[in-house]
Design a protein around this ligand. Structure first.
Ligand code: GLV
Length: 322
């Protein structure tokens, strides 16, 4: 009977799918991230055939060493997979899979929720009302900015970036600029979108939404120099990976108001947040929840399980990365 280790409690539907195949499924009983030592301790000598892991688990060669040679697949319940050493896994003949697609709509919605919230000053207004400061309608009270008719710069035109562009065009009549390693002429035609080098996109956009994976080439893609290119009235939104933005440089830009605002779902040193950001009103912070809806997290759990089942039944997982 195949044995699977799950690094943390996840939506039950995926676990049920694995159990229905007769697999022995061990779930870390503590609802927290295991340290590397704890993870290695849980794996050693157990002869697991599959690892079901999360973006908070760093799966490197030392963790892979803790498995026996029977390990077939590392299944990440996330679309991003920068937490896994995929080259090392490939060398060892271990398959790696992720869960793209099922979270596209949810993350795109969250990017919009952030854009709307920062531009309409929703958290600030909520705090104001709860503090009993609302004494009457006022013509200049908490003025924000419209999205409608503005220019959105999409950095990274994968599934999520494309969906964000779709909402921008069809829901808010926004003009879309984009930057990616590849040009997509079909997308340009469909959304009247314009491809620009990153610097030009940063100079021309009113809202910038980041959707690139974390790679060595995208680490600090948005640094102090790039932030200086943005309009003083522009907003920056990040639902991708924290280290894509130099968070210290962003805190300075926000404090000095060289950009108008930012909304972040991801952080450079997660779960730590640069303390200066916590003091600012022109930034919204959500704790890496862009895909966190009941519907989507269940689908992600089921897809991670499906990837494991495919691999253990001798087929390629649906979302094979390497
Ligand atoms: C979330 O950040 C994911 O990669 O799924």
């Amino acid at each position: 009977m195949a044995k699977i280790y799950v690094t943390r409690m996840v939506p039950q539907s995926g676990i049920e799918a694995l159990k229905s195949k007769g697999y022995e499924v061990a779930v870390n009983p503590e609802d927290r991230v295991l340290t590397k030592e704890e993870l290695i301790g849980a794996l050693k000598g157990q002869n697991y055939d599959a690892l079901y892991c999360l973006l908070t688990d760093k799966v490197d060669s030392e963790v892979m060493d803790a498995f026996g040679p029977q390990l077939k697949i590392i299944a990440n319940m996330a679309v991003g997979f920068d937490n896994i050493d995929t080259l090392e896994a490939k060398k060892r003949g271990i398959m790696v899979a992720n869960t793209p697609g099922v979270l596209t709509d949810t993350v795109a919605e969250h990017a919009f929720a952030l854009m709307l919230s920062i531009a309409h000053r929703i958290p600030e207004s909520d705090k104001f009302a709860r503090a009993g400061k609302y004494v009457g309608w006022a013509p200049m009270l908490l003025l924000g900015n419209d999205l409608s008719g503005k220019t959105l710069g999409v950095v990274g035109l994968g599934r999520i970036g494309s969906r964000v562009a779709h909402h921008a065009v069809s829901g808010f009549d926004m003009k879309v600029l984009y930057n990616d390693v590849n040009r997509n002429e079909e997308f340009e035609k469909e959304f009247n979108a314009i491809y620009l080098p990153l610097d030009d996109l940063l100079k021309q956009s009113d809202f910038i939404s980041i959707h690139v994976p974390l790679l060595e080439t995208t680490r600090h893609l948005i640094n102090a120099e790039k932030l200086k290119l943005m309009k003083p009235a522009a907003y920056l939104v990040n639902t991708s990976r924290g280290p894509v933005i130099d968070e210290a440089a962003l805190a300075i830009a926000l404090a000095n108001k060289t950009i108008k605002g930012a909304a972040l779902d991801v952080f450079e040193f997660e779960p730590k947040i640069t303390p200066e950001l916590l003091l600012l009103d022109n930034v919204i912070l959500t704790p890496h929840i862009a895909s966190a809806t009941e519907e989507t997290r269940s689908k992600m759990s089921e897809l991670a399980a499906a990837n494991i089942i495919e691999a253990l039944e001798g087929r390629n997982p649906l979302n094979l990365l390497s």
